[in-house]
Design a protein around this ligand. Structure first.
Ligand SMILES: *[C@@H]1O[C@H](CO)[C@@H](O)[C@H](O)[C@H]1NC(C)=O
Ligand SMILES: *[C@@H]1O[C@H](CO)[C@@H](O)[C@H](O)[C@H]1NC(C)=O
Ligand SMILES: *[C@@H]1O[C@H](CO)[C@@H](O)[C@H](O)[C@H]1NC(C)=O
Length: 231
């Protein structure tokens, strides 16, 4: 099937294929880094009658309200795996913070209570393990996890971030392979095209010569002689 394609079209197709793979992966590289909740401990429930609180996390401008269904008791450390049904909490961009908060839903008409509301930034994740602790006195202590936020901060001087190096290597490799394969195919196509042109020329020459021979034959038959060769 491939043979039917014009040899000049194939490298085009391939480079298109390569670039579309790169483009589809690139946004992931540039934009969102997933943030999960690693652990939380609340010191207050904002509830008067000892009823169980409904704690949730939300970022401004996002529709998603993430209820933390298990977080009910004061002074108990809740540790999460990051795979819970309500995870991840949100996604952060490299140079854009989000205003997020931890709140408590009130069953009455009054507005929801606020544990805290703050600017949530990828640059907060400075520790090499991608953790960031947000602590507010008398309210809560929460640990957030975002391994991808650490490289997003770029020029941090942590020596042990093999994960990011790996990612970078992976990217360089994909790019290199794409470039190499494309180059090879273009070269191959050019060679094939040149060869094809040469053969065509040769065939034309052969045909041309044959034509001459035939005309010679005709001339001989007609007895005109070599004069007509001057044409
Ligand atoms: C939030 O949801 C409403 C409807 O439920 C929708 O119209 C709006 O575009 C959504 N906003 C965002 C930021 O997703
Ligand atoms: C908050 O929680 C983290 C992780 O559980 C812990 O390492 C840290 O000491 C706590 N901070 C405070 C002020 O309780
Ligand atoms: C980066 O390195 C400088 C010294 O070279 C050090 O003072 C600083 O704390 C380091 N920053 C981080 C985030 O490790």
């Amino acid at each position: 099937m491939c043979r039917r394609l014009n040899p000049r079209v194939r490298p085009l197709l391939l480079s298109f294929f390569c670039s579309s793979i790169l483009l589809s992966l690139l946004p992931e590289l540039i934009t969102a880094a997933v943030v999960t909740l690693d652990s939380i401990e609340i010191y207050n429930t904002h509830e008067f009658f000892g009823s169980l609180p409904e704690v949730y996390f939300q970022c401004k401008g996002e529709n998603r309200t993430i209820y933390l269904p298990d977080v009910k008791k004061k002074h108990q450390l809740y540790i999460f795996k990051g795979e819970e049904s309500w995870q991840p909490l949100t996604e952060l961009e490299e140079k854009k913070c989000k205003r997020c908060g931890i709140y408590e839903k009130d069953s009455f008409i009054k507005p929801d209570d606020i544990f805290d509301e703050w600017e949530f930034c990828a640059s907060d994740f400075t520790s090499p393990d991608g953790k960031y602790i947000h602590f507010k006195e008398k309210e809560f202590n929460a640990t957030f996890l975002c391994p991808d936020c650490v490289p997003l901060e770029g020029a941090s001087n942590h020596t042990d971030v093999p994960r990011n190096k790996e990612k970078g290597m992976h990217w360089a490799l994909v790019l290199l392979i794409c470039v190499l394969v494309t180059t090879f195919i273009v070269l191959g196509a050019v060679t094939a095209y040149k060869y094809w042109q040469k053969r065509k020329k040769q065939q034309e020459q052969v045909r041309f010569l044959k034509l001459f021979e035939e005309s010679d034959d005709i001339e001989d038959e007609l007895g005109i002689g070599p004069l007509s060769h001057v044409i």
